[in-house]
Design a protein. Structure first.
Length: 96
């Protein structure tokens, strides 16, 4: 995992989506697991994975893309918010 990408994703989740830092650990853990399923790691290359990695991984790759100030994607903000809330609800808190 690239620590610079991880830090940018955490900052994006806190500043843009207003999640607590404790929830960001859970969200990053889920995103890392989805990146591994897609055959990648949570790096800037994962931002281009899209639907090739699956529907949940598409949301995770969109978050990475937007955190790295990437361009257009076809995932709506409603879908991103719903998936993040689902990850937070289903998995236990990982902490900071």
């Amino acid at each position: 995992m690239n620590s610079i990408v991880e830090a940018k994703v955490k900052d994006y989740l806190i500043s843009r989506w207003h999640y607590s830092p404790f929830d960001c650990g859970t969200i990053l853990e889920c995103m890392t697991a989805l990146a591994r399923v897609g055959g990648s790691e949570l790096t800037d290359e994962f931002a281009f994975a899209g639907l090739g990695a699956g529907p949940e991984a598409r949301v995770a790759s969109t978050i990475v893309d937007r955190a790295l100030l990437g361009g257009g994607c076809q995932t709506s903000e409603y879908e991103i918010r719903a998936q993040i809330n689902d990850w937070v609800r289903r998995h236990r808190r990982k902490g900071l």
